[in-house]
Design a protein around this ligand. Sequence first.
Ligand code: ZN
Length: 364
Amino acid sequence: MKFPAFANVHSHAFQYAIAGLTECASSKSDSFWTWRKKMYQAVHDFNPDSLKACATQLYQRMLANGYTAVGEFHYLHHQPNGKAYKNITAMSEAIIEAAESTGIKLTLLPVLYTYSNFDQQEISEQQKPFYNDTASYINLMDHLVSLCSKLDNIRLGIAFHSLRACSIKQITEVLKWRQKTLPNCPVHIHISEQNQEVNDCQQVTSLKPIEYLYENVSVDHNWTLIHATHSNQDELKLIANSQAIVGLCPSTEANLGDGLFPLKEFINLGGRFAIGSDSQVSLKPLSEIQLLEYGQRLITQSRSVCVTEEVPHPGFLLWQECSSNGFNSLQAKQDFIEINISKEFNDYSQQYLADLLVFTDKIQ
Ligand SMILES: [Zn+2]
């Protein structure tokens, strides 16, 4: 039986190396920020060869689980000591080669990462492998445009790590470059993932990150906002009206203790959303959509939350939305794949999926 495949809109391939290895409490108050220190340590194990090996294994597992396209939010550009490789696209090429060898559709999203916080604070020693200023980022992109123009199955977009790591001036300059060189290509950005990030932004700009972005930049349907966890009703309206896609990463957001995106309200506003595996703690898209629905049930203390009048089944709605918006986010053609139903039953053995299968005739 054929089902819509999933597009994984948000992946950091190198983080696969630490998935599952960060579950021991590192202090009395373990948090996203203590996890981030461990992630920085993992960076030291990577060069183009090890990144290619890691990404190859990761993309194989994604394909086996129903993802046929991936958006690689790629910010590990340099050597562990921060020095650029002689070939500045070496790490990007490792990702491209991994995708080509596995057959997954890749949208490469090289990331601009310049500062460590909102008031343009200098990056830390550990963040140096990620660093580019606007000029070196555009130079990297120019090289990649030329490289990718010769490749099938590889799309190129741009990414801003976050409003912590990029200034509005930089974003504007890079968008001007995009207009000339890659008009309408995908644009991805991490936003409002952690409360601390929201508070820091408000302190410096007096606006929350999503408000600050929309106040300064023209955001449209080619944009994907990753996480957007801490969005209020006004921010949800801004996103929904712009038709930007929210890239939700349910297992990572749960694993890192980010919080829960108000998905029900966003669906009511006609908002578009997709899923990503982000830190790679789960590579199963069906588990991700189940977690989306269950998270909403827990905060609303109700059942069958992610539904509309036209689509009363949450599994069906989430599957359809995440698949079609996911491929749109990556500007890749939607795939349909065979799924072995009996195997899925064994894996999940939950009424949720059993019930979902009743709707499969509508999916086809
Ligand atoms: Zn991320």
